[in-house]
Each structure stands twice: as C-alpha cells, then as structure tokens.
Write a protein that binds this ligand. Structure first.
Ligand code: GDD
Ligand code: MG
Length: 316
C-alpha cells in the first residue's frame, strides 16, 4: 500500500527558520518531521511518495543518505500545485487505496483502525477528525452518523459548523484522485472535498493528541509533546523533560524543563527552558525561554519568544 506525504508547503509561518531548512526536514526531538512520520507508518505501507516543491534539493539529498526502511519516491512539482494538485501529480505511483498525510502534523491517529473503518463504510474517502475549541484556522466538517455532509476550509470566525476539524490524514480511493484536474493548482480542501461531501466522504474522530507543527508556538509544542511521550529515547539522555544530543556539551548551566538540544551544540553559563536549540550552535551566558535557536548560531544575550536562525530573527 502507498502513502503520499504532502511536503511542498513554503513553511511561511516558520520563517526565517524555513529559509534554510524546509519544514519537513525540521527536527522534532532531533529527527526530521517527515522521517518521523515515515517511521511511524504501519508495516502494510511499503511505499512512501513525497510530494515536494519547495526544498526539493535538500529533500533529495536527505533521502539519498538516509535509509528509512521503505521505498521512497520523491515527486517534484515545478510550481507548487496545492494540496490536491500535488496528489494528482503522484497519481501514477498509486495502485489502490492510499493514505495521504499533511507532512506537518503530529498525531496519535491509529492508521490501521482508520483503514478498517474506511473499508467497512465502503467509503471513497475517510478523513481523520479532531475536536478543537477554535476551529477557524483549520478545515471544519459537519459530521452526521460518520458521514461528512459539509466541509469548510478556514471558515470566518462564527461561521464554523462544528468543532470537528480536518486533522490532515486521509484514506482515499483512487477515484477521488482521478477527479482532480491535471496540471492545475488545486486545493483538496477548498476545491474537492466541498464538492464530494454526502457522496462517500466519511470522517473518524480520534483521541490522544494532534498538533499541526507549522507555527513557532506549535512547532515547540510538538517537540515538547514528543518528549512527553518519550518516543525513541534510546541512545539519548531523557531526564526532566530534557533531551541533549550525545555529541553536545553543557557546562555550568540550568537546562529544563522542555529543552531539546541538537547535535554538536556547546552551552555554558546559561539558563534555558521551553526551547529547541538546533545543531552546531554555541550559547554562552544567556537566559533563553520559549525560543527556537539555530542551526549554527552563536548567542551570548537573553532571548524570549524568538526564532534566531541563520537568515534572521523573528519575535513571535
Ligand atoms: N507538494 C505540495 N505542494 N505540498 C503542499 C502544497 C503544494 O503546493 N501546499 C501545501 N502543501 C503541504 C504542506 O507542506 C503541508 O504539509 C500540507 O500540505 C498542508 O499545508 P499547510 O500549509 O500546512 O495547511 P494548513 O495547516 O493551513 O491547513 C491544512 O492542515 C490542517 C490540519 O493541520 C488543511 O488540510 C486543513 O484543512 C487542516 O485542518
Ligand atoms: Mg499545516
């Protein structure tokens, strides 16, 4: 079975960090987002298709040197084709029922259960759904007896039909991908789902966690959540909600809670909390809270709520 992962977005909300590292390659507790997603897939998914536009060179290079235990096909787009256009661009590689993921979500969804539900309903498409308080920055659905009867992408505040949002994970029959127009910029959420509601589109709410890691706040939250659930803690130091890469060094400092330090980092005489430090950075005499620093940054002053990346700084 194939999975398509949509990894072509510009990562605008994570700039300037994403000017040098495309969002899918940003680490979540030291493993790139997209690699983490691939490693978590059920075994029955033997082929992963990456729909890429922005960041193509780095993605090709990364997957050339990294074995993720499955066949990976990288499908480039000359121009960003949108979420639907990107799926269409991958159509020739799919052979049947396909799982599709937004590449920036961290969730506890059980894909096997989702596939089973999809088959039991004889659905054309099944969307994972998550309940939130403020749904207006997401896709919102009206769900009746498991069937999606309306889909609104990012509705204006007050017009949301429910609190159930599209969690960015789909099981789709090839039929849905076949109705997407070719070589056009198409949003699956705006142009396709609203047209096929009530006609074989189902939804399955799940519990646990869901984080769209596409903003500075949610990128940090996703890192801290993964620290919490202690995924892949082998070979790493994981105490007091702190994760320090084995090649990094910390001297005379207070670290934690919620601190993730990437490879080849050196920290001295600093106080760091709720922060991700990316590789090759040097921190001296700084108090840092709620920030994203690196890669390759030298810092010797205090910062809060800030991204400091090679291409610039942004307060959030
Ligand atoms: N290949 C490709 N080409 N991928 C794209 C393109 C494109 O033109 N545009 C976006 N993507 C990828 C992004 O990289 C991301 O992984 C995914 O598609 C979703 O795009 P975002 O830009 O992150 O969308 P969003 O977060 O505003 O909204 C989407 O996700 C929400 C859940 O997190 C929508 O699917 C919402 O309906 C949903 O609720
Ligand atoms: Mg997103």
């Amino acid at each position: 079975m194939e999975a398509i992962i949509l990894v072509g977005g510009l990562g605008t909300r994570l700039r300037p960090l994403t000017k040098t590292i495309p969002k899918p390659l940003l680490p979540l507790v030291n493993i790139p987002m997209v690699e983490r997603m691939i490693r978590n897939l059920p075994e029955k998914i033997d082929t992963v298709i990456l729909a890429v536009s922005y960041g193509l060179e780095q993605m090709l290079e990364y997957f050339k040197k990294t074995n993720v235990g499955r066949k990976v096909i990288i499908v480039p787009e000359k121009e960003p084709l949108g979420t639907g256009g990107a799926m269409k661009n991958c159509e020739k590689y799919i052979t049947g029922t396909t799982a599709v993921f937004n590449g920036d979500v961290v969730t506890s969804i059980n894909l096997d259960e989702m596939i089973e539900y999809h088959k039991s309903k004889k659905a054309k498409g099944t969307l994972a759904l998550w309940e939130v308080e403020n749904p207006n920055r997401f896709g919102v659905v009206k769900l009746v007896k498991g069937e999606i009867l309306k889909f609104q992408e990012k509705p204006p505040k007050g017009e949301e039909l429910s609190n159930l949002i599209n969690a960015g994970t789909y099981i789709l029959e090839p039929e849905i991908i076949s109705i997407i127009p070719e070589n056009e910029k198409i949003s699956i959420e705006r142009d396709i789902y609203p047209k096929i509601v009530g006609n074989g589109l189902y939804g399955i709410p799940f519990e646990g966690y869901f984080i769209d890691a596409g903003t500075p706040e949610s990128y940090l939250e996703a890192n801290f959540k993964l620290l919490d659930i202690n995924i892949e803690s082998e070979n790493n130091e994981l105490k007091n909600k702190v994760h320090i890469h084995e090649t990094s060094k910390v001297v005379d400092s207070i670290i934690g809670p919620n601190v993730i330090i990437g490879p080849d980092v050196f920290i001295e005489k600093s106080v760091i909390s709720n922060t991700v430090i990316l590789s090759d950075s040097k921190i001296y005499g700084s108090t840092i809270n709620n920030s994203i620093i690196g890669p390759n940054i030298s810092l010797n002053h205090d910062v809060e709520n800030t991204i400091i990346a090679p291409e610039g700084e942004k307060i959030f």
